[in-house]
Design a protein around this ligand. Sequence first.
Ligand code: SF4
Length: 392
Amino acid sequence: MNDAVTPSGLTNLLGFDLEGLAAYCEQLGEKRFRATQLFRWIHQKGASDFAQMSDLAKSLRDKLATRAYIQALPVISEQASADGTIKWLFDVGQGNAVEAVFIPEDDRGTLCVSSQAGCAVGCRFCSTGHQGFSRNLETWEILAQLWFAEHHLRVRLNTPDRVISNVVMMGMGEPLQNYAALVPALKVMLDDHGYGLSRRRVTVSTSGVVPMMDRLREDCPVAMAVSLHAPSDPLRDQLVPLNKKYPIAELLAACNRYLDAAPRDFITFEYCMLDQVNDTPEQAEELVRLLKGKVPCKLNLIPFNPFPASGLKRSPRERVQAFAEVLIRAGIVTTVRKTRGDDIDAACGQLAGEVQDRTRAHLRMVRPVVVVKNAADRSAEGADSVPGQPTT
Ligand code: SF4
């Protein structure tokens, strides 16, 4: 479904996957194959003016010009990091803005895309989570980030070739809580007439919305990253509140089911390294016991990017290294993510556009932060008693 119909009745064609565009063309009395031509003009060539579309009949171009349009989101700002990372802030109306980040590397160009204005999950270490939630993005608003970035970068880098080789749904929002808009957007990314990305190069990152992981496996299985961040339920309940609904055992079972259809034979677990919270050697051992032989996986350790409201600190480099070594010794493939775009607040967990919070989450999150003392202190206080823990 394409919700991008303006009050004037014009439809933004960025909101259609190929099937949807074919149905739209039929409504206009056109043959379905016209949709493929139109779709290529939009996504492969970045055209926004129907007059440019020289292989479409003039009668169709005229019809489209009176009923449809192709338009990106207004760019509020662009920031470029010294390391080549570029962050855009897009206006999505009514005081909300979302961010997308381009991360160039030698062998790839990755775009990190937002799926919601804000996020209702409320992870403790995440800037977006602290802002609360306003609304889901529509399909066209998700795709507009990719459409703009790809074609803007081609002009900027003066290349006719594809610039974005990978998309990660790791910007603002929990993509699986915006499922209906997400799936058509993924289909456009994968479509050979669209961006032609392989399923391995499109990653959905989730905090663990178990039923929707199962649906994605059926509808559009792309690579999967799961925000784990803790080796046990009591700690994960505090860091990723969704864990209370879908605890770790259910999440890992869903990961294994997902792998039956996934384009990669492993799940990537993201683990944000928080000083004195989830980064001790004992917790690394606990993580090994949790995962080894249970879920084919890779661990991605992410140095936390502190922001004042979180009250949390980044783990020292040596502790991250020691944590990684425990996992590697146990045979779990583990990487430590290089932080990119630090100087423009574009690194992981730092994205925070503008959110008119409708959930009051930003108020609920003003509360004592999670603090884990050393193991001896913890056992003296009871195994899972965490001083200063949130009350909800
Ligand atoms: S980490 Fe992801 S799921 Fe958690 S609050 Fe941030 S955007 Fe939402």
